[in-house]
Each structure stands twice: as structure tokens, then as C-alpha cells.
Design a protein around this ligand. Structure first.
Ligand code: ZN
Length: 342
């Protein structure tokens, strides 16, 4: 905890609400309001530099407006995954050299992660053989029992967190060629703090009944998993914990259930230590699809799914305690060393 306290000043300086699109129908006026609110809140604890960051994110959001209708052609996650795996397999069969990593387990590469796990963090992970298990301790707040297409916001949110689960294939960019592993997501959820395990941290998932852009309350460029779920009241007029996700009912129109799930999955990526991919000027690569099309993109882009690279970045954040960005930018972001395709 001493390390955390020392880092608190830096954390406060970096704190802001990381606003995210992931999906659609942005009204410029609406988005501006959301960001203005975030800036106002942050100003009391920080310097003006972070305001620039917010503005940059805001520009991003507005630009995504034109993509709004594509979401209706939703493909099931399983289909998406299959497409990706097929691509990977094809490249392996045409390049014998890439088989060199086959047989090495995820555990052989990363260990079991126990050295990086304190046992009380809101996000904990462990590896056994070729299975990565992510434990997410989440406290739902707000309108979590409101229903959308027959399911509560909380149920849809958990569906979103579980989009990170699946089977992933390595490639020359991610892990090693020939690597195949499974990710499981276990969710330990409580509501309004009731039934919390003593000593266990929980990050808030706040379901908001109003319109606005989803966000994860975090410092861009700064990541400390130990802090997830702590420091309530960091935004003066709110009681969100650090790492809290704020999900509105939609940006300017209500989300469909499928959209709600996707946005929740995107925000969960921030809780896992990943930055935003969208509007970073990065060309599409196999490793980091820009996310222009729903079925082909990256969950940290706009219309995407979880890729092997996302998992690799998550593991890097987990084992180093460092925020994983897609580019070196004017923001306090340093490009993740696990990105190799550009
Ligand atoms: Zn985001």
C-alpha cells in the first residue's frame, strides 16, 4: 500500500473519466455535455493538462457518428471468433517457420501469475497450463435492475465482461505461433456493496438511467490494479471508485441489448489496463483491427471483438502494472511493447 500512497499524487494528477464510444449515434452536443461534466469534476484535483486529453477523446467520439447504423448487422461472437481463427490458421499453414512456438503453454510463457497477484484486488488473474482465468469483483450501482429487451442492465453488463472469455490463437504478432489457449471470466458480483467479502476490493459498475457516453474512471496512461475499487469520492459529486465503469442507457438514443453488452466489454478493457484504439491513426492490422466494421474490429476500437492482442496487452498490464496504449501520443500514453505489427 505504501507504493500506492506514493503514487496517489500522480494518480490524482492523471485522473479523469476516460470516455469511450465503442458504439454509435453520437450527438455532438450531447457528447460535449458529457465531457464538460467530466472536465469540471476533474479540475478540482488536477492540472489543466488532462483537459487536453478529454478534448481529444471528445473529438474522437464525434467522428464515430457516421458508423452508427452498422450495428444492426450484429453477428454472434462465436462467428466472429471463428473468422479470426481461420485467418490465423491459414497463415500458419503457409509459413512453416511460424510453427516454432507450438507446444509452449501459456503458463510456460507467463508463469501462473501468482507473483503479480495480491489476493484482494478487484481484478485477479491466474494461469494453469493453457487456461487463463480472470476473476472480476464488481459492485453494481444505480439502475442495474432496469430491463432492456428482457434482461437487466446488470445481466447485460456481465455478458459484456464475459465477451473476454473464449479460445485464442497465437500468431507471429501475439504470443507465439501455434499457441492456443482459453480465457475464462469469473464474475463475483455484489449490489450496492451488500455481501462484500471482507478485505476484497470491488470496482463499481454504475448503471445510469440518463443519456451520455460510457466511461471508465481512470487516469489515461496510468494503471495500478491495486487501486481498483478504492478511493471513493475521487469525483467530488459522485461516489464512484477508481476503475469504476459508468454506463448510460445510450449516448443520445437508447442502446439495444447487443450494443449495451459491447460497450460494457469495451469499458472492461479499460479496467484491465488497456487504452483506446479508435481514432489513434493506426492502420488496420491482423494484430490490431481498427474496428471499422463490427465483425472485424477490435474491442478497444469501435465495433469489435476481443482479439489475442487484447489478451496479450491485458497480461502485460497485469504483470507490469502499466497502462497499455496503442500509440505513443501527446497524451501520457506509451505504446505497448506487445504490439509488433506497426
Ligand atoms: Zn474507451
Amino acid at each position: 500500500m505504501k507504493k500506492n500512497l506514493r503514487g496517489r499524487a500522480a494518480w490524482l494528477a492523471a485522473v479523469m473519466a476516460m470516455a469511450c464510444t465503442a458504439i454509435l449515434t453520437v450527438s455532438a452536443a450531447q457528447a460535449t455535455n458529457a465531457v464538460d461534466k467530466a472536465v469540471t469534476s476533474v479540475t478540482t484535483v488536477t492540472t489543466t493538462t488532462t483537459s487536453t486529453t478529454v478534448t481529444a477523446a471528445e473529438t474522437t467520439q464525434t467522428t464515430t457518428t457516421t458508423q452508427s447504423q452498422t450495428i444492426t448487422t450484429t453477428k454472434p461472437q462465436t462467428t466472429t471468433t471463428t473468422q479470426f481463427q481461420t485467418t490465423t490458421t491459414a497463415s500458419q499453414s503457409t509459413d512453416p517457420v511460424t510453427i516454432q512456438g507450438a507446444g509452449k503453454t501459456l503458463e510456460a510463457m507467463y508463469g501462473d501469475l501468482s507473483a503479480s497477484t495480491g489476493g484482494h484486488e478487484a481484478i485477479q488473474a491466474r494461469i494453469s497450463g493453457n487456461t487463463l482465468t480472470i476473476d472480476a469483483y464488481v459492485n453494481f450501482k444505480g439502475a442495474y435492475s432496469t430491463k432492456l429487451e428482457g434482461k437487466t442492465y446488470a445481466a447485460l453488463a456481465k455478458q459484456g465482461l464475459r465477451l473476454w472469455a473464449g479460445t485464442y490463437q497465437g500468431s507471429r504478432y501475439d504470443f507465439e505461433p501455434g499457441t492456443s489457449f482459453t480465457v475464462q471470466v469469473h464474475i463475483y458480483d455484489i449490489y450496492d456493496g451488500a455481501g462484500a467479502r471482507p478485505g476484497q476490493n470491488y470496482f463499481d459498475f454504475v448503471c445510469l438511467a440518463e443519456y451520455g457516453r460510457a466511461f471508465t474512471f481512470y487516469g489515461v496512461g496510468y494503471y495500478n490494479r491495486e487501486l481498483l475499487g478504492l478511493y471513493k469520492g475521487a469525483i467530488p459529486d459522485k461516489s464512484y471508485t477508481n476503475g469504476a465503469i459508468g454506463m448510460y442507457r445510450g449516448i443520445s438514443g437508447s442502446y439495444t441489448a447487443a450494443q449495451y453488452v459491447k460497450v460494457a466489454a469495451h469499458e472492461f478493457g479499460h479496467v484491465l489496463g488497456l487504452g483506446d484504439l479508435y481514432r489513434r491513426g493506426v492502420a488496420s492490422t491482423q494484430e490490431c483491427p481498427q474496428g471499422r466494421k463490427y465483425a472485424e474490429g477490435d474491442i478497444m476500437g469501435t465495433h469489435g471483438h476481443v482479439t489475442p492482442n487484447n489478451i496479450e496487452m491485458m497480461l502485460e498490464a497485469y504483470t507490469t502494472g502499466r497502462y497499455q496504449a496503442y500509440v505513443n501520443s501527446g497524451l501520457p500514453e506509451v505504446k505497448s511493447k506487445v504490439i509488433q505489427s506497426y
